[in-house]
Design a binder for this molecule. Structure first.
Ligand code: DC
Length: 228
């Protein structure tokens, strides 16, 4: 086992707008861990394809863009080829484009190395769809965060309005259902709980309650590990 592989990982997978981003980010902050927003890498790859006029079905060309993705994460900002695209990558149309390219096996493969490189001392909280199943199957604590479609659409609605983007509840519910179906039905790394993942339904939990639960699970996993 290489030194890199030893740093502990908490994987937090789940559907769109389940609150993963906020929760995973806070867990990472509490533990002083690094944070991987793997969805952002798919969003950045999709944005890069759109900017370069590459069709979202051109698997080879998009994988080539993903392999050398010129991205940088710094103090909550996301950069693509030096441009601050923090707000742009969060837009719904980029999310939809990301979910389309995420079905392409070569694109997923192209992003593996970049994702694994986030595993650094003292540890990593990895947020996505396949963190516990594919990218970090040896994660010390695996969590599958979920919530009802209504709760998720509501959260997404508030986020968009707060940022000054237009939003419509009906469209959001439809978009979430379509995106869930695409994320779950794809053959390459479909969205599903990893074996041994703790399933946490956040429909009726605040973000801090979810954070608290995950920190307790992690503390227990550490105790179990040192008892072995
Ligand atoms: O988490 P998000 O909404 O930012 O993710 C955008 C899209 O990227 C999502 O629809 C599916 C895809 N994705 C993925 O396939 N695997 C991941 N590990 C993360 C995201």
């Amino acid at each position: 086992m290489s030194g890199l592989l030893k740093f502990p990982v908490i994987s937090i997978d789940g559907p769109t707008a389940s609150g993963k981003g906020t929760v995973a980010h806070r867990v990472a902050k509490q533990l002083g861990f690094h944070y991987l927003d793997s969805g952002a890498l798919y969003r950045l790859t999709a944005l890069s394809a759109l900017r370069n006029g590459v069709a979202l079905s051109d698997e080879q060309a998009i994988a080539a863009l993903g392999r050398v993705l010129p991205c940088r994460f710094d103090k909550g900002h996301v950069y693509l080829a030096g441009d601050d695209v923090t707000d742009e990558v969060r837009q719904e149309e980029i999310g939809v484009a990301a979910s389309k390219i995420a079905v392409l096996p070569l694109v997923r493969k192209a992003l593996v190395e970049l994702q694994v490189s986030f595993r650094q001392a003292p540890g990593l909280v990895a947020d996505g769809r396949d963190m516990g199943t594919v990218i970090f199957p040896d994660a010390l604590q695996k969590v599958f965060l979920t919530a009802s479609v209504e709760a998720r659409a509501n959260r997404r609605y508030k986020q968009l309005i707060e940022k000054g983007f237009p939003a419509n509840m009906e469209d959001l519910v439809k978009d979430l259902e379509e995106r869930d179906a695409r994320d779950m039905a794809r053959t390459a790394a479909p969205l599903k709980p990893a074996p041994g993942a703790f399933i946490l339904d956040t429909s009726h939990l605040t973000a801090n309650e979810a954070v608290h639960q995950i920190l307790s699970l992690y503390a227990q996993a550490l105790r179990n590990q040192s008892a072995i």
